[in-house]
Design a protein around this ligand. Structure first.
Ligand code: ADP
Length: 375
């Protein structure tokens, strides 16, 4: 009997497998087609294996020719990006590098925000590239983020106007405080003198906040302008640490440096980065008073770090804290705008360097930046 049943079972299994495969294909298509983003599935060489309906609809909308899904299948998407020579060729080149890196496994995923302004519409898109299992290819998606970009722009315009408006009265208030300080010079040890210097300190804080807001708005497309000069990095560290020591008398700062090094970059902006890291180290260490600064030259780059023994940062926030206006819960009570690290990262990136943090909640944080010497 067994001999007769076996072939029937075998055929039934095959039928079931076939049914399951076409069923899972249908499910996959239904899911892909229900998504509003334009999605393409690539093989490991960048060849398009499948596109969803949004992808086809978008191409129809943007081309005079009639497009069908089949037209895209077999096309090499890497080549499409590489050969792009239109107004957005810079973004296409960046997309090419990102997709290639994900396909080769050198990047776990890749995202890129890019403009796509057709004559009829000004639009922005977010491209995401995620790998398929076992490096078998990648999924590329493009989502319309024009609405968020428009809101961002309105917010930036508001911040820009508000901070410019605030600058004038604060500058004049600072001038008045200095005139009063001079008039009360002889009595500076008295109550009036103390009040005036507190006022001056608070006005300096306000000036810094306004400065930060203005810098955020002068980073068009996340690029920052540098006024480069050659300077001794060791002196910059020494001066900046001294400035912070003056305003943080309760903290101890130890500096470890291995050699004098000349660096070509924007001294003022880098001072801003070091100041941000040091003031954060003090601000987020209410229970501890030690700050360790290391500045060494390693692998043809300056490696600078600031270590504190304060609140620390939760693992899931170690990237988010570098985003514009992001503040971790641990910092809520301590005041701030969540701009210092965002601006610092932009400044370091503009010098072709990197800024990152290693931290353990409750134990403290070490912020590092590297600046390549030969760029
Ligand atoms: P701000 O300090 O004005 O909030 P930052 O951009 O400098 O803005 O920092 C962003 C967030 O990162 C802070 O709100 C805080 O939660 C966290 N953070 C920064 N530096 C430290 C540090 N040294 N220790 C712990 N948390 C920190």
């Amino acid at each position: 009997m067994k001999g007769l049943i076996e072939p029937v079972n075998y055929e039934l299994t095959q039928l079931n497998d076939h049914h399951n495969i076409s069923r899972s294909e249908q499910l996959k298509d239904a899911i892909l087609n229900s998504l509003p983003s334009q999605i393409a599935v690539l093989d490991s060489n960048g060849i398009i294996l499948a596109v969803n309906e949004s992808w086809i609809a978008f191409s129809k909308e943007n081309s005079q020719l009639q497009t069908t899904g089949q037209q895209f299948i077999g096309m090499n998407y890497l080549e499409v990006c590489q050969k792009s020579n239109g107004p957005f060729s810079e973004e296409a080149a960046e997309a090419f590098k990102g997709i290639l890196a994900v396909l080769e496994g050198t990047l776990p995923s890749f995202t890129l925000e890019y403009p796509c302004h057709a004559p009829s519409k000004q639009r922005w898109f977010l491209m995401k590239v995620n790998p398929l299992p076992d490096f078998e290819g990648a999924v590329v998606s493009h989502s319309d983020i024009s609405e968020r970009k428009a809101i961002d722009q309105m917010k930036n315009e508001f911040i820009s106007v508000a901070s410019h408006e605030l600058k004038t009265p604060i500058t004049s208030l600072k001038g008045i405080v200095h005139i009063l300080q001079l008039s009360f010079e002889k009595k500076m040890k008295g109550e009036v003198g103390k009040l005036l210097s507190t006022m001056d300190i608070q006005l300096n804080k306000l000036t810094k906040i306004i400065g930060d807001l203005l810098v955020v708005n002068t980073i068009p497309g996340k690029k920052i302008y540098l006024y480069n000069e050659k300077f001794n990095f060791k002196n910059l560290v020494k001066e900046t640490v001294q400035n912070i020591k003056n305003i943080s008398p309760l903290h101890f700062f130890s500096v470890n440096e291995n050699e004098s090094v000349y660096f070509v970059g924007d001294r003022f902006r880098l001072e801003q980065v070091i100041t941000n890291l040091l003031t954060n180290a003090v601000k987020y260490s209410p229970q501890s008073n030690q700050v360790i600064i290391n500045s060494i030259v390693k692998d043809e780059a300056i490696l600078f770090s600031v270590q504190d023994f304060g609140t620390g940062i939760e693992k899931e926030n170690t990237f988010k804290i570098f985003e514009k206006f992001y503040r971790a819960k641990t910092g809520f009570a301590l005041g701030g705008l969540g701009l210092g690290l965002f601006i610092s990262l932009e400044i370091v990136k503009a010098h072709k360097g990197n800024l990152w943090v290693e931290s353990e909640p409750g134990k403290g944080s070490t912020f590092y930046f590297s600046l390549p010497l030969n760029t």
